[in-house]
Design a protein around this ligand. Sequence first.
Ligand SMILES: [Zn+2]
Length: 455
Amino acid sequence: MKKKHTGAIVLFTVLAGLIAVAIAYFSVMLYVKTGSFIPPVLSDMSGLTGFGIADVKVSDEADSSAAHISGDMSDVKTSDEAEKVNVTKKPTQKPKKSGKKKPTTTPAPSKPEDVNDISTHDMKQYLGEMPGEDSDIVSTATSVYTYEQMVKDLYFLDQRYPGIFTYETLGVTKDLRQIYAVTLGNPAAPNHVVIQYTVHSREYINCLLAMKQIEYYLKNYAAGETYGDRSYPDLFANFCLHVIPMANPDGVSVSELGIDSMRTASAKGIIQYCWESDTQLGRTAAPIEDYLKTFKANANGVDLNKNFPVGWDGYTDGVPVPSTDCHKGVSPASEVETQAIINLVHANPTVAVISYHSAGDLIYWNYGVEDENLLAADRNLAINLNNVTGYPTAVSEKYNWHLAGGCSDYFMWEEGIPSVTLETGQGTCPLDISAFSSMWNANRDVYALLAAMYG
Ligand SMILES: [Zn+2]
């Protein structure tokens, strides 16, 4: 055997030995960290089509796996117990590089004067579309309740019930839509409650629920109907409710109508990027049309329920680029939709914040806070909502590396305001209109209940 062959064999043997040692080392490290020799895959695939796991979770919320569900409050776990079910931290996921350059997601904020849509039109031109006296204004013919329909219906409701409510806009989104807020009751009252719907786009059936709740309130108020032993005007004489029926109008438009509903080239570019990137990351295998139907984020590809300034830095389990979900944004409260909710709460003496999501027929509360007074107030809110809706309560654990940036978590932890999340309906979002009647029966009296509690 020639000398150079012997050298090659020695070199090969040494390299093979090193590789074997390296494989053994990394296998042991993987087992120590994860309890498994199988490398972790992207952890939160919820809501993505093509993987057949969309119906595993009881709710769309990432915290469902940590929740303790209870039909009554007797066996609800304390925050200490909730902490114990925290899973061991997994290594941070490094996504593969997307083929396309990440688009800019933080242009200069949009201004009201940039808006040119139905919200800036002379609404009189739509009066011919207003339903007759015998019909409700808000139609439940379809769950695809659009931004344009909402703006029209707010105007029609104001025509039918003049002087009973007001509405305003809180901000302008990336794709130049307005974020609306409706005020019910007495703005001078000492106790206000803020309710927001559809921060997650594909849960747009909750916007329809909000508008039906508003119409129901107006109808009962105008007729002097009672809830319990008090009339609506009496209930709301010393109470004020702020409703954001469509907190994420750009995202709702994407989920309802597809990419062509985007008005600006930059929003369209980001939505397209989300699909391409999520496809490359293995987070979806669906064609873009199907992918967008289950879209959750805003037009910056930011999951608004990961964007609130609570545990934001420590949330390491997300997607670092724009995506349908789990992208927390470039900074805490970077998104105008997040800011709109926070600013509305700050602008008023807010005693409770309620977030509507889908699905699950559940009420999340607790969030692992340790302040006993806050916990008692939050428990009281959850119990009362349980009584009215029939939805079981569930303890949501404290935010951590895979649960952070949520609206309710933020107001509980950072503002000390009792907050709950209602998960309406059963099934996979977007929910069909067939899911609406049970949602309606459960939630019809929520506004009156809040007035009875805090008025
Ligand atoms: Zn949601």
